[in-house]
Write a protein that binds this ligand. Structure first.
Ligand code: GLU
Length: 281
């Protein structure tokens, strides 16, 4: 049986791009007689706003999307993230890091890295673990896991290439777990068989596949769908003036008609669907 999920973070209101993602997850499940779950990814204490959750539920109902079972909240699963973190520490695969963003950028420049890749400053150093973030020793983790593959329904079979992310943070300083760890653990806990999300997260899947191998988690299939973009090719965002679903709902727009328009590719003026995966993470 197919089970998909829509997993918004309540850091800001939902917009058309979220509607498109939710419809994709919902319709793929329904077409196969499967289940569609709703998971609220609310563990980012500094950005999460609980008052948005009610809005999300109303937005989805307005679009005519019904989820199965209870809504899942990541904030109620913090224990499982900590336990997985302890397991990875016991395997010798995590190390504490206290670098600030500015320090990382400066150190990366020194070793000729251009971009967000962590240059490994704290790897192999004795760092006070109190209040530190914990990073995955990518080389050690990949050596342990061996070659890995994953399958995207649209892009086909992929060889997992998590090295392009460097030593990613799995346990954060200000949140119980990083997106990579929490989402991977939750997809397994929720029995998700088809992970649907936008191509902007295509590369994250390389890391998720590695985490699954390290923790012995089941391996789903993936479906990375195209993104709704503005005329300049950038992803829709509220801050660039794209109205939220809640704004549209309150303005009396017909949510069912909007959902149907998104399904059939009748997009609002100025918005287009960018298919395919960009070449960068
Ligand atoms: N919470 C993530 C977001 O809002 C979704 C991640 C996912 O679907 O894996 O972007």
């Amino acid at each position: 049986m197919i089970r998909t999920r829509f997993a918004p973070s309540p850091n800001g209101p939902l917009h058309l791009g979220h509607a498109y993602a939710a419809i994709a997850a919902h319709d793929l499940a329904r077409a196969a007689g499967g289940e569609f779950l709703l998971r609220i990814e609310d563990i980012d204490g500094t950005r999460s706003r609980s008052e948005l959750v009610e809005e999300f539920l109303s937005d989805l109902a307005w679009l005519g999307l019904r989820w199965d079972g209870e809504v899942v909240f990541q904030s109620r699963r913090i224990g499982s993230y900590g336990a997985a973190g302890e397991r990875l520490k016991a395997m010798g695969l995590l190390y504490p890091c206290r670098c600030t963003r500015a320090e990382i950028a400066a150190a990366a420049k020194e070793v000729g890295l251009d971009g967000p890749l962590y240059p490994g400053t704290c790897r192999g150093r004795s760092v006070n673990a109190e209040g530190a973030a914990w990073r995955l020793d990518m080389a050690a983790a990949m050596a342990l896991a061996g070659p890995l593959e994953w399958i995207d329904d649209l892009a086909g079979a992929q060889r997992a290439d998590p090295a392009r992310f460097g030593d990613v943070v799995l346990l954060r300083k200000e949140a119980p777990a990083s997106y990579h760890l929490a989402a991977t653990l939750d997809d397994a806990a929720d029995g998700i068989t088809l992970v649907t999300r936008g191509t902007d997260l295509f590369y994250a899947t390389h890391v998720h596949r590695l985490i699954q191998a390290l923790l012995g988690l089941p391996v789903p299939r993936w479906h990375h769908h195209g993104l709704l973009v503005e005329p300049d090719g950038r992803k829709l965002a509220k801050r660039r003036g794209s109205p939220s679903l809640a704004d549209r709902r309150r303005a009396g727009e017909d949510g069912l008609a909007l959902a149907q328009a998104l399904r059939t590719g009748c997009l609002p003026a100025g918005i287009s669907l960018a298919e395919g995966v960009s070449s960068h993470p």
